[in-house]
Design a protein around this ligand. Structure first.
Ligand SMILES: Cc1cc2nc3c(=O)[nH]c(=O)nc-3n(C[C@H](O)[C@H](O)[C@H](O)COP(=O)(O)OP(=O)(O)OC[C@H]3O[C@@H](n4cnc5c(N)ncnc54)[C@H](O)[C@@H]3O)c2cc1C
Length: 376
């Protein structure tokens, strides 16, 4: 059983991993020049194992459902160690169709969700507007997914950092450049520090940055990570319209996906595009599309203040599955969480903590996440 761990990367995946390790009595060092500054800073934070279902991603479904089930307990344990809020909300999600073609798409999707044993309740427009009166009367249909919840990634990360500081985690605010081996990993080399890794579990969980950390593999890097950019907006609802929404609204508008996430502070997150054009700044057309589609669904958005337009880079993999597992005697990889890293952080962290502490980790559902599956 590892008594010490070095966790590389303090995005939400790394922070929850540190937390689960500390919970099991492991002494943790977290290495990150700017914790929670990557995809986590931009993410919507939907914990949506049902609404986020994509065709032909079946191996992901059980992982997403398992991770969602871990969240209430995870948030409870984190909240017990800090006064900071997490933005965890359980009002559920409405998936809305803007026109009749979108309604057909939605109907196919809910049949697929039901086929996979998930709960998705079809609603009439009137029933949907009873739940969320700010929805436009011009929508064509809706599905209620009560089990899809949300967290505020920025708040949750800040709460985790607070707990980790109080629980004695050592912070090294530097970039890791390379590792000295994998089997075993003898040292972690940072820009100006070298951390001794003997007798220590090393966890490589720095999102997209994991692709730049060398020294632990031969030949090509087995982690085929690529940035998948997402534009996302933050608007403030004027006091006289609050609360504009209680539930997360996800929608198809002319076949374009859009979502609106209500936060406790009276803001809404409106996202998100999916772009692989390597342009890491908000695109004017994307901002326009997101606002137009959001206003079509919830006309009150027109009266909101636009606070922010940002872009994050999701760590994508060739098969949309994470890289999660042991790759050497004391080296574990946990990255590539693509569109679901906030949701999957709970499961990923529990798996890493099990691996690090020698708990039984036989888990057939995780076989598809082998970090070396793309090694050539
Ligand atoms: C617009 C948008 C919306 C999204 N919405 C959702 C959503 O609603 N639900 C959901 O589940 N997921 C969502 N995601 C996906 C989610 O944000 C990511 O999957 C998740 O944040 C990945 O977390 P991570 O900790 O692996 O990586 P990151 O959050 O990117 O963190 C990586 C960390 O590693 C550090 N780092 C990098 N290189 C090094 C190095 N060499 N040494 C040390 N540290 C290093 C960085 O400073 C950073 O803090 C969204 C993403 C985007 C962009």
């Amino acid at each position: 059983m590892a008594e010490r761990a070095i966790v590389i990367g303090g995005g939400l995946v790394g922070l929850v991993t540190c937390f689960e390790l500390v919970e099991r009595g492991v002494q943790v060092t977290l290495v990150d020049p700017a914790p929670a500054s990557g995809a986590t800073h931009h993410a919507g934070g939907m914990l949506a194992p049902v609404a986020e279902v994509q065709y032909r991603q079946e191996p992901l479904f059980p992982l997403m459902l398992r991770s969602a089930a871990l969240y209430p307990d995870l948030v409870g344990r984190v909240s017990a160690g800090t006064d900071l809020p997490t933005g965890y909300r359980t009002e559920g999600t409405l998936v809305v169709a803007a026109d009749w073609a979108d309604a057909e798409h939605l109907s196919d999707l809910s049949a697929y969700q039901e086929f996979h044993g998930m709960t998705a309740e079809r609603l009439t427009v009137r029933e949907a507007r009873r739940l969320e009166p700010a929805l436009s009367p011009r929508i064509a249909g809706a599905v209620h997914i009560p089990g899809d919840h949300q967290v505020s990634p920025r708040l949750f990360a800040a709460a985790l950092l607070d707990v980790l500081e109080h629980r004695g985690v050592r912070f090294v605010r530097e970039q890791v450049t390379h590792l000295d081996g994998a089997d075993p990993c003898r040292a972690v080399h940072c820009e100006s520090t070298v951390l001794d890794a003997s007798g220590t579990t090393v966890v490589l969980c720095n999102g997209l940055g994991a692709a730049s950390v060398t020294g632990w593999y031969t030949g090509d890097n087995p982690l085929q990570l690529r940035p998948v950019h997402g534009d996302i907006l933050r608007v403030k609802v004027p006091a006289h319209l609050r609360p504009l929404l209680d539930r997360v609204i996800r929608a198809f508008v002319g076949d374009r996906p859009v979502y609106l996430i209500p936060r406790d502070d009276g803001t809404l997150g409106i996202g998100a595009t999916v772009r692989e054009d390597d342009r890491p700044v908000p695109r004017a057309g994307a901002v326009h599309d997101l606002l137009r589609d959001a206003i079509r669904l919830v006309p009150g958005v027109e009266e909101c203040d636009l606070l922010e337009a940002t872009v994050g880079a999701r760590p994508g993999t060739p098969d949309d599955l994470p890289y999660l597992g042991r790759v050497g005697a004391n080296l574990i990889v946990s990255t590539g969480y693509f569109r679901h890293g906030i949701l999957l952080a709970a499961l990923g962290a529990a798996v890493v903590a099990d691996l690090a502490t020698g708990a039984d980790t036989t888990d057939s559902e995780l076989a598809s996440c082998d970090p070396l599956r793309h090694h050539r």
